[in-house]
Design a protein around this ligand. Structure first.
Ligand code: 4AD
Ligand code: MG
Length: 428
């Protein structure tokens, strides 16, 4: 049988025709004479009516269906200004595929309850809209990198060493060895620039984040890119172009944005260039505001919040102190206490969405930094990359969920991903 999708009907493509639809019951109510079922499929929602007078048996069957039952209906599409979406279906057949038990999700439930029922909650209109935007973000990444001649590559998830320091590593038994879940594919991307010069990936990243915050997950997705023959300024340009492009694409998803109460224009106006301020300047601004920000420390959630509330586009903060950042960053030739890196911070209090910078491409300097930091694991292969045709190079990692949270103004990062993982959540 041929099934129509609800969206086609709402676009007026099936008016006055008989259609078959399969989906789930979103709402149902009935009076003595007529039963209204709102059916949803992956593309939308539409009201179907069953009148007692026309077919009493069908009317009784329609009355018996429960919320989230799976059904198939046949009926004639009529334009109807009163019904939501402007169209209605006059049902003349209904097949119950599976009668749902009483659906546990109703209004006014606690966040914990909803998180426990996440496998059912993902059916909600809100989550569906967020996840469609999420899919668009991924499409935009791929299009941007394709258009700019980057090659997609994939690193392993089981690794033998830390990228971002030992404190957030998940370790595991790998046969008779110790291994870690990857924190970042960066080092593998660095290896691949010697084959392809410009590479990118989207991959999971695992961090044993022990604090409960609204912007940390223990498993999240990171978009990473690495580029040969590039310095910090070069990679910042790549980052802003990419973010600008993602914003343009998300702003085009008017329907989902409407469901989420986000004005497309607030996203469309995020166009590069983005302002660049030095770390020193950021500290000065914060101290001027009476914030106890100390030179030498990385900017924390609170500092980033206060700083970015002053802006309506993302800002780069560049040239951080060496001791605030990971060991692989290129030392500033003018000041060895600083490194050539930059974070991109989202405006409006959201804070860091990208970390990136120029990498150390010299064997001696890298050996010294690894020694200073006393990192767990085996970095021999990573050092090798500096021994065989090393070139200046830079790269970055973008937190996919952080970007979605910021663009959609969501209170908590967990709503950006179907099944979030945090310190106290591994179910469902
Ligand atoms: O700043 P991070 O730690 O940088 C790296 O891992 C680099 N090795 C990436 C690279 O240069 N290739 O992480 C990159 C981004 C952050 O800016 C943030 O957006 C996101 O990943 N991120 C998290 N997102 C959600 N939950 C967490 N626990 C996150 N930790 C980092
Ligand atoms: Mg960072």
């Amino acid at each position: 049988m041929d099934y129509s999708q609800i969206q086609e009907i709402l676009e007026g493509k099936c008016t006055d025709k008989e259609v078959n639809i399969r989906g789930w019951v979103w709402r149902a109510r009935s009076s003595k004479k007529i039963c209204f079922i709102i059916i949803r499929d992956s593309t939308g929602r539409i009201q179907v009516t069953f009148e007692k007078e026309i077919n009493p048996e069908l009317f009784e069957l329609a009355k018996s269906v429960t919320i989230e039952s799976s059904i198939e209906i046949k009926g004639v599409v009529r334009e109807d200004k009163r019904s939501p979406g402007g169209y209605e279906i006059h049902g003349n057949d209904l097949k119950l595929i599976s009668l749902a038990q009483v659906f546990p999700i109703t209004k006014d439930q606690s966040v914990t309850f909803l998180m426990d029922k996440r496998h059912l909650w993902v059916r909600s209109r809100n989550i569906a809209a967020i996840l469609k935007i999420r899919a668009e973000v991924y499409k935009a990444f791929r299009d941007w990198f394709d258009n700019n001649n980057y090659i997609e590559v994939h690193g392993p998830m089981f690794t033998g060493s830390a990228v971002e320091g030992g404190s957030t590593l998940f370790d595991l038994k790998y046969f008779d060895k110790k291994a870690y879940l990857t924190q970042s594919s960066q080092f593998y991307l660095e290896a691949m620039i010697f084959t392809f010069e410009k590479v990118w990936t989207v991959a999971p990243s695992f961090r044993a984040e022990k604090s409960r915050t609204t912007r940390h997950l223990t498993e999240f997705w990171m978009l990473e890119a690495e580029k040969a023959y590039s310095d910090l300024e070069d990679i910042m340009k790549v980052e802003e172009e990419l973010v600008g492009y993602v914003c343009k694409r998300v702003a085009e998803r008017k329907e989902e944005l409407k469901d989420l109460n986000v004005k497309p224009n607030t996203i469309a106006k995020i166009v590069p260039p983005f302002e660049r301020i030095s770390y020193d300047k950021a500290i000065e601004i914060l101290q001027g505001d009476g914030v106890k920000a100390e030179w030498g420390e990385d900017l924390g959630t609170e500092e980033e919040r206060i700083l970015t509330l002053k802006y309506d586009k993302p800002i780069f903060v560049y040239d951080y102190p060496k001791k605030a950042k990971a060991f692989y960053h290129y030392p500033d030739p003018q000041n060895p206490e600083k490194v050539k890196c930059a974070d991109l911070l989202a405006p409006g209090g959201y804070g860091e969405i990208i970390g990136g910078g120029q990498r150390i491409d010299d064997e001696e300097i890298l050996l010294q930094r690894i020694e200073e930091e006393q990192l767990p694991g085996d970095y021999e292969w990573y050092i090798d990359l500096r021994r065989y045709g090393s070139v200046p190079h830079s790269g970055f990692g973008l937190g996919v969920e952080r970007v979605i949270r910021w663009l959609l103004k969501l209170d908590n990062i967990r709503d950006t991903i179907p099944f979030p993982r945090t310190i106290n959540r591994i179910y469902p």
